[in-house]
Design a protein around this ligand. Structure first.
Ligand code: DON
Length: 588
C-alpha cells in the first residue's frame, strides 16, 4: 500500500484504538417478543413485567415498577419525591405527566439565606432535613397516568400490590443496596426514623438479609384500599403534615391537599430524520437535548467516531452553549415565559454555534447566553464552581401493543433530605435545592441558575430529567433516560447519538463511556477509564480542562436504562446499564 494511503488508513483507525471500553463490550441485551421493562432494580423490573403479563399496558406496569422501586431502591425510588413520565401510545400520540414537586405555600425566594445573606447549610438548608422538601408528586403522578392512560384492565390496587408485598414480606438486600446504605449513613443517622429503618438503628442491613418494611407496607396498603388521594388527604397526609409542623418543615395539609400532577405536551424535534419526543419545562432536559442535537446536525459525527478528541471537543462546545441558555431562560413555565420556540429555532442554533472553533475551546467565562426570539436581553455572565452526582432513577417500558413509558423520578439527592416521616416509611425529597437559592451560588450539582428558577409558592423547581423517545418513520425506536442531575441531559444525548450516528447496538450504546460539560464549572469530566490519555492530551491542547469523575461523585455517569425496538423484527431489546449493580432488563 502507498505509505500515504497506509497512514490515512491508520489515522482512520485511531479513534477506535483510542476508545478504551467503548467498543470492547459485547454483552447482549435482554430480548422480549412482547414486553420489556428495564430499571435500576431487578425486583422492580419484575413488578412491571408481572403487571404486563396480567394484561396491563406499559402505563400500568410503570406504576407498579415506580412503586416497587420505592421499596427496593430507597435511595431514589420514592413516594416522597417527584418526576416525569413520558408516555408513547401505540396510535402515535404522546403525553407527558409532570409530577414534579412544588414549593409549599410558605416558601419564599430567600428562604435558604441566613441573616448574613449567605446560603444556609445543615438542618435549615435546601439539601438536608425538614425544610428541604417540596410537596411530593409521585403518588399523584403515577395515579393520574394510570387513570388516563392505563389499560383499564388492571386496577390501582393491583398495581400497588407488588410493592406492598415486597415491603410486607421483605426482600433480600442486594450488595449494592447494603453498600449504599452504609455510604449514606452520615445523612440518614441524623434523623431517628431514618436511622431506625435504613440503618437498623446502627447495626446496618447486610447483603442477603431479608428486609421487611412494615410502616411502608402499611402506607401502601392504605393507598391500595383508599386510593391515591389518601396520600394527600388521609392518614398519610396527616402524619406527614404533623411531623413537618413538629420539626420546622413547611409542607402543610393544605399544601398536600392542593397538589396536582399535570399533563403537558411533549416537545418534538427531528434529528437526521429521526423524531425525538422529550420532556418540556419544567424540565430543562428536552429543550437542552433538542438544542444540542440541532447544533450537532451540520456535523458528520459518524466520521469523527464515537470516542475521538474531535468528537468530544464538539460535544463539549454544544453542551456548554445549551447549559448556558438553560441557566438563563429555563424555569417553571407556569411562572416564567420560557422562549421555547426561539431556543429551538434552527436559525438561532446556527447563530449559537457561530463562535464555535474546531481548533479551540470556547472559555465559559465570558460566554453570553444566546438571544433567542422571545427573550429579553440576558444579564452579564455569572461566576463558577464544580459538579457532583447523587441519585434519581430512570426506567423504560414497552408493552406488547407498542405503548411505551420513559419515566425518570427522584428524591433529588440520594435518600433525599434524609428525613423519613415517622410511622410511614416515606423518605422525603430535597428537591427545593433545584431552585436558585441565591444568584451566582451553585446548587448541589454545581449548577449556577438564574432568576427564572427562583423560589415561589406553588412553583416547580427546574429539572434536568429527560425521559425521551426516538421514533423512526413514525415507529417507536428507542425509550431512554437517566439519573445524574445535569449529566442526565448529556447522557441521553450520548445514548441517542451512539445509536443514530455511530450505529452502536443498544447495549453498547448504553455502555459506551460518557462525558459531561455544563458550562460552569468550565470542566469536561469523563468516566473512570473512559478516555485514553492520548485523547485527553489532545483535548487539553485544544484548551479544555479535564477531570476524571472521582468516587465521591460516582466514577460513572448516569444509569441509562434503555429499550430499543428492533425495526426489522419488532423485538424489544432491553439494555440495563452496567453502571448500576442491580439494574435488570426483563422481557417476555
Ligand atoms: O430534577 C433534577 O434535575 C434533579 N433533581 C435530578 C437529581 C438526580 O438526577 C440525582 N441523580 N443522580
Amino acid at each position: 500500500m502507498h505509505p500515504l494511503r497506509l497512514s490515512v488508513a491508520l489515522a482512520a483507525l485511531l479513534p477506535l484504538l483510542a476508545a478504551p471500553g467503548a467498543l470492547r463490550a459485547q454483552r447482549a441485551p435482554a430480548v422480549g417478543a412482547q414486553g420489556m421493562v428495564t430499571s435500576a432494580h431487578e425486583l422492580a423490573s419484575e413488578a412491571g413485567r408481572e403487571i404486563l403479563q396480567q394484561g396491563g399496558n406499559a402505563v400500568d406496569a410503570a406504576v407498579a415498577t415506580g412503586l416497587a422501586l420505592a421499596v427496593v431502591y430507597p435511595f431514589a425510588g420514592n413516594l416522597g419525591g417527584g418526576g416525569f413520565m413520558l408516555i408513547h401510545l401505540a396510535d402515535g400520540r404522546a403525553v407527558a405527566i409532570d409530577y414534579r414537586e412544588t414549593a409549599p405555600a410558605a416558601a419564599t425566594r430567600d428562604m435558604y439565606l441566613g441573616a448574613d445573606g449567605q446560603v444556609l447549610s445543615g438542618p435549615q438548608s435546601s439539601t438536608v432535613g425538614w425544610r428541604a422538601s417540596g410537596i411530593p408528586g409521585t403518588v399523584a403522578g403515577l395515579a393520574l397516568a394510570q387513570q388516563k392512560y392505563g389499560s383499564g384492565k388492571v386496577s390501582w390496587a393491583a398495581v400497588v400490590e407488588p410493592a406492598r408485598r415486597l415491603a410486607a414480606d421483605g426482600h433480600r438486600v442486594s450488595p449494592g443496596t447494603a453498600a449504599s446504605l452504609r455510604h449514606w449513613a452520615p445523612l440518614l443517622a441524623q434523623f431517628p426514623e431514618s436511622k431506625r429503618i435504613y440503618l437498623k438503628a446502627g447495626a446496618y442491613l447486610a447483603a442477603g438479609e431479608c428486609w421487611r418494611q412494615p410502616e411502608l407496607a402499611a402506607t401502601l396498603a392504605r393507598l391500595q384500599a383508599q386510593g391515591p388521594r389518601e396520600f394527600y388527604e388521609g392518614e398519610t397526609a396527616r402524619r406527614l403534615a404533623a411531623a413537618m409542623a413538629a420539626h420546622g418543615g413547611l409542607v402543610t395539609r393544605a399544601d398536600l391537599q392542593g397538589y396536582r400532577a399535570v399533563e403537558r405536551t411533549p416537545l418534538r424535534g427531528t434529528y437526521r430524520g429521526y423524531e425525538i419526543v422529550t420532556m418540556p419545562p419544567p424540565s430543562s432536559g428536552g429543550i437542552a437535548l433538542l438544542q444540542m442535537l440541532g447544533m450537532l446536525a451540520p456535523h458528520d459525527l459518524a466520521a469523527l467516531g464515537p470516542a475521538s478528541a474531535e468528537k468530544y471537543h464538539l460535544f463539549t462546545e454544544v453542551m456548554r452553549r445549551a447549559f448556558r441558555d438553560r441557566a438563563e431562560y429555563l424555569g417553571d413555565p407556569d411562572f416564567v415565559a420560557v422562549p421555547t420556540a426561539g431556543l429551538l429555532d434552527p436559525a438561532y442554533l446556527t447563530r449559537r454555534m457561530q463562535n464555535y472553533d474546531p481548533a479551540r475551546a470556547t472559555p465559559s467565562a465570558g460566554l453570553a447566553a444566546g438571544q433567542p426570539d422571545g427573550a429579553a436581553a440576558p444579564p452579564a455572565p455569572r461566576p463558577a464552581p464544580r459538579t457532583e452526582s447523587t441519585e434519581t432513577t430512570h426506567f423504560s417500558i414497552v408493552d406488547a401493543a407498542g405503548n411505551a413509558v420513559a419515566n425518570t423520578y427522584t428524591l433529588n439527592g440520594a435518600f433525599g433530605s434524609g428525613v423519613t416521616v415517622p410511622g410511614t416509611g416515606i423518605l422525603l425529597n430535597n428537591e427545593m435545592d433545584d431552585f436558585t437559592a441565591k444568584l451566582g451560588v451553585k446548587n448541589m450539582f454545581g449548577l449556577i441558575q438564574g432568576p427564572a428558577n427562583s423560589i415561589a409558592p406553588g412553583k416547580r423547581p427546574l429539572s434536568s430529567m429527560t425521559p425521551t423517545f426516538v421514533l423512526q418513520r413514525g415507529q417507536l425506536l428507542l425509550v431512554t433516560g437517566s439519573p445524574g442531575g445535569p449529566t442526565i441531559i448529556n447522557t441521553v444525548l450520548e445514548i441517542i447519538t451512539n445509536v443514530v450516528d455511530h450505529g452502536l447496538p443498544v447495549m453498547q450504546a448504553v455502555e459506551a463511556p460518557r462525558v459531561h460539560h455544563q458550562w460552569l464549572p468550565d470542566v469536561l469530566t469523563y468516566e473512570h477509564q473512559g478516555m485514553s490519555p492520548a485523547t485527553a492530551d489532545r483535548l487539553r491542547q485544544l484548551g479544555h480542562t479535564l477531570r476524571e469523575r472521582d468516587s465521591y461523585e460516582g466514577a460513572y455517569q448516569g444509569d441509562g436504562e434503555t429499550i430499543l425496538v428492533e425495526p426489522r423484527t419488532g423485538r424489544r431489546l432491553g439494555a440495563a446499564d452496567p453502571r448500576k449493580p442491580d439494574a435488570r432488563a426483563l422481557g417476555y
